[in-house]
Design a protein around this ligand. Structure first.
Ligand code: EPS
Length: 390
């Protein structure tokens, strides 16, 4: 499966075309809208989230509630577009159009794509960069991920996420009785945190950052239950599924690092305290006594829950601007101020779910020949039985 996205943050719409989804998957706009609404929630978002009410239009690839196997075209309108029709218009501007219409940006924000993007594409106006590098694009990545999540659900695979740290406030690792409990409780939390004892501290940290014109980042964790073992491969670098997931996480705007299971803590422990011992039982087949490796060995799933975390840096658009240089005059300036969020970590957890779901669904479709949902289900059920008795 693959997908492309197009669209600028303040352009008319965001678009994605998804290719390779098996035929016969039950899919409605509501399946996608639920995910879009989840991404829009979260304490710390700015005014833009009050303007947008993201809803998808399915414009191809689905008929009478089922996927056809043909490309799926999804569109989400930007409600804010009506305020930007001139600034972001497609047609050439009349000669002498005033600066208010151009809203040019010549002062790059440290930490954003502005300066490198301008150098790469030769843009004298960095709005041409920031409109596309904006995290608004994650809207349609979540839409594509919603299709992947639907596919996983039909195969008995569940995905959840939790925010485990915001601005230095850490959640304590609390056990959950089931992934359902984790899904339901984080959904009720304004910061998508399972540990309600630190929720208020996280919100206070966000308020403090906002008051200071600053921003804060954090850590999100994605958990997946129900993946069969042996998905991915050890035989070649570009077939390792954990590597694909790591790439997908770091591809989310502002993400800077990724870890599985014990992650970076593994550097501080001996092998005997890292590797998961193997056991077998009639009803479970092979399983691990612990899950410190987070569901992967040798680039393949172990069948244990996948536990992957990503770190999001603080958003680089600050009301308290940092030093920068005007690209026209080369004079030092304080970087331009653009409207922004003080913290988008809770939203980013939903994006992380989407990109992980995409990689897993893709791996299953590739490995188990998924032109049709019914045959995909059958071959995966056979593989599960084979792995259990092996
Ligand atoms: C973003 C800046 C803000 C965010 C935006 C990402 O938008 P604006 O420039 O319109 O104020 O709200 O996020 C979204 C619009 C979204 O849907 O998540 C940025 O510069 O990355």
């Amino acid at each position: 499966m693959r997908y492309l996205t197009a669209g600028e943050s303040h352009g008319p719409q965001l678009t994605t075309i998804i290719e390779g989804v098996p035929a016969g998957l039950t899919l409605t706009a509501d399946d996608i809208n639920i995910e879009l609404a989840r991404r829009q929630k979260g304490y710390g978002r700015g005014r833009r989230m009050q303007i947008e009410k993201d809803r998808v239009q399915i414009l191809g690839g689905v008929r009478h509630g089922k996927t056809l196997g043909s490309p799926i075209a999804l569109v989400v309108e930007n409600k804010d577009w009506k305020h930007w029709t001139k600034i972001m218009g497609v047609e050439p501007l009349e000669e002498g159009a005033d600066d208010e219409i151009k809203r040019k940006i010549s002062r790059p924000r440290p930490g954003h794509a502005d300066l490198n993007g301008a150098i790469k594409y030769g843009h004298q106006d960095m709005r041409n960069v920031l409109e596309r590098s904006s995290a608004r694009e994650t809207t349609v990545r979540v839409a594509a991920g919603a299709v992947a999540k639907k596919l996983l659900k039909e195969l008995g695979i569940e995905i959840a996420s939790q925010v485990v740290e915001i601005g230095g406030v850490k959640a304590s690792p609390k056990p959950y009785s089931s992934i359902k409990e984790l899904q339901e409780k984080t959904e009720q939390s304004p910061v998508r945190c399972f540990d309600e004892e630190v929720e208020q501290q996280m919100m206070d940290a966000i308020d403090e950052a906002k008051k200071n014109g600053d921003s804060i980042g954090g850590i999100v964790e994605v958990i997946v239950e129900g993946m069969p073992p042996g998905v991915g491969s050890y035989v070649h670098y570009d077939r390792k599924l954990d590597a694909k997931i790591a790439g997908a996480i770091v591809s989310i705007n502002a993400f800077k690092g990724v870890e599985f299971g014990l992650g970076f803590d593994m550097a501080r422990k001996p092998g005997s305290a890292v590797h998961d011992e193997i056991a077998w039982s009639k009803e479970k087949g092979y399983y691990r006594l612990t899950n410190r490796l987070g569901g992967f060995e040798g680039g393949m799933t172990t069948g244990m829950p996948i536990v992957v975390r990503g770190v999001m840096k603080p958003i680089p658009t600050l009301y308290k601007p940092l030093k920068s240089v005007d690209i026209h005059t080369k004079e030092p300036f304080e970087a331009s101020i653009e409207r922004s969020d003080s913290c988008a970590v809770p939203s980013a957890a939903v994006v992380a779910e989407a990109v992980v779901a995409w990689e897993l669904a893709n791996a299953l479709v590739e490995q188990f020949y998924g032109d049709r949902m019914d045959t995909l289900k059958k071959t995966i059920a056979e593989h599960r039985a084979f792995a259990k008795e092996f």
